[in-house]
Design a protein around this ligand. Structure first.
Ligand code: GLU
Length: 451
């Protein structure tokens, strides 16, 4: 607690007490409150009207049963969640995560982060998040469809283009979005395209949405590198993960001249000194839905597969690290290894992939560090562009959409940098992101009264 301003300590104590056992949520709140000391010192009015307490308390939390029948005819039960965190800036907006680790604490941390991330985009979207402990791994196409339909049978009554707009996250891609939208449409008898984002182009999706999170993180890191007179060209890069975020990070880094030498999934990582063969990776992960060891097998003896638990992907030397798998994947030890090997910049593609200890190491070593709520905001920003196209019954070209994404990422970068300067911590993107996101949400909440 010593790193927290004395006036904010009771707020953190109350969050810890009222949300017992929710470690990831505590971690996310702690990090933001740590940054807010400088805000309340300069603008004490943010302590009024219990603004900070209200920001830490979700507006609504929905937990429900999802029964479905598997291919053997057995009844399966999962738990569904939707946390509608904050709607001061617009309808709740944020993805759905399907993963066995999902619980209320994980969804609350994600919804909390999402609120500030969405504020940083400058677009009219509030913060929310949802998901289920359903594990899509090894499930048939038909099982995934029945699960999505059962989930939406409950969830639909809480959604709407002006109320709450889900999208994808870990375990939820175009296939799942399609099944969820189909069931929503059937239950409501409304073609309400703007009720969910990440749709396929065939029925109201946006160009560049699939690519947006990875591309956006790459633009953000490029902007950080430029502040030190350099860029991706010729750099060694490690990108963890092999999902949607990682794949399109690799694509953009390669187009900027970087060499991505390693990537991973939950079974382990591969090291490819010639640079990842993206077409092959896409075919294995997106087409065949296989494990990453297949990549090494297909590439031959020059490529190594290292099974999870043997050694960490962060021991592979690189100049830029872009963790794009999941929360807390970069430990303090991993950060020390990265720093020792000369890492210059870290951009969080996933949500909260670096532990507080890891972030401390990067800060102390003067590494450029982009927190996820700023660096990975390109995904949700492009979701907001999808909503805009749906509202005007229009569709834009890839070039037009990507140009908007690039401008948004540049603006988020500049907002974080100037906010950090303004609060006496130049180059501290964590502080800049937390403060800029908080101030936008808190100002709106103040104007809306005590609700
Ligand atoms: N799940 C993504 C995120 O963490 C995207 C959310 C969205 O597009 O609504 O920001």
């Amino acid at each position: 607690m010593n790193d927290i301003d004395e006036k904010l300590r009771p707020i953190l104590a109350s969050v810890l007490h009222r949300n017992a056992g929710e470690g990831e949520f505590h971690q996310a709140v702690h990090e933001v409150l740590e940054s807010l000391g400088r805000v309340v010192a300069k603008h004490p009015h943010f302590l009024d009207l219990a603004l900070i307490e209200r920001i830490c308390e979700p507006e609504r939390q929905i937990i429900f049963r999802i029964p479905w029948i598997d291919d053997r005819g057995q009844v399966q039960i999962n738990r569904g969640f939707r946390v509608q965190f904050n709607s001061a800036l617009g309808p709740y907006k944020g993805g759905m995560r399907f993963h066995p680790s999902v619980n209320i604490g994980i969804i609350k941390f994600l919804g909390f982060e999402q609120t500030f991330k969405n504020a940083l985009t400058g677009m009219p979207i509030g913060g929310g998040k949802g998901g289920s402990d359903f594990d899509p791994k090894g499930r048939s196409e038909a099982e995934v469809m029945r699960f999505c339909q059962s989930m939406m049978t409950e969830l639909h009554r809480h959604l709407g283009e002006f109320t709450d707009v889900p999208a994808g996250d870990i375990g939820v891609g175009g296939r799942e979005i399609g099944y969820m939208f189909g069931q929503f449409k059937r239950l409501t008898n409304r073609y309400e395209a703007g009720v969910i984002t990440g749709k396929a182009l065939a029925y109201g999706g946006s160009q560049a949405r699939t690519e947006a999170t990875g591309y956006g993180n790459t633009y953000f890191v490029q902007a950080m590198l430029e502040t030190r007179g350099t860029g991706f060209d010729g750099k060694r890069v490690v990108v963890s993960g092999a999902g949607n975020v990682a794949i399109y990070t690799i694509e953009k880094v390669q187009s900027f001249g970087g060499r991505v030498v390693a990537c991973s999934d939950s079974s382990g990582h591969v090291i490819d000194e010639d640079g990842i063969d993206l077409a092959l990776l896409k075919e294995i992960k997106e087409g065949r839905r296989q494990r990453i060891a297949e990549y090494a097998r297909a590439r031959g003896p020059r490529v190594h597969f290292v099974a999870a638990g043997r050694s960490s992907i962060w021991e592979v030397p690189c100049e830029v690290a872009m963790p794009s798998a999941t929360q807390n994947e970069v430990s303090g030890k991993a950060a020390r290894a990265l720093v020792q090997n000369g890492v210059q910049a870290v951009g969080e593609g996933a949500n909260m992939p670096c532990t507080p200890e890891a972030i401390r190491h990067f800060r102390e070593a003067g590494v450029l560090f982009a927190p996820g709520k700023a660096a990975n905001a390109g995904g949700v920003a492009t979701s907001a562009l999808e909503m805009q196209q749906n509202a005007s019954r229009d569709s834009w070209t890839f070039e037009q959409t990507e140009a908007r994404l690039a401008a948004i990422m540049r603006s988020i970068h500049d907002t974080c940098a100037t906010t950090a300067d303004e609060y006496g911590a130049p180059g501290d993107y964590v502080l800049g992101a937390n403060i800029a996101g908080f101030v936008r949400v808190a100002e709106a909440m103040r104007m809306l009264g005590v609700i």
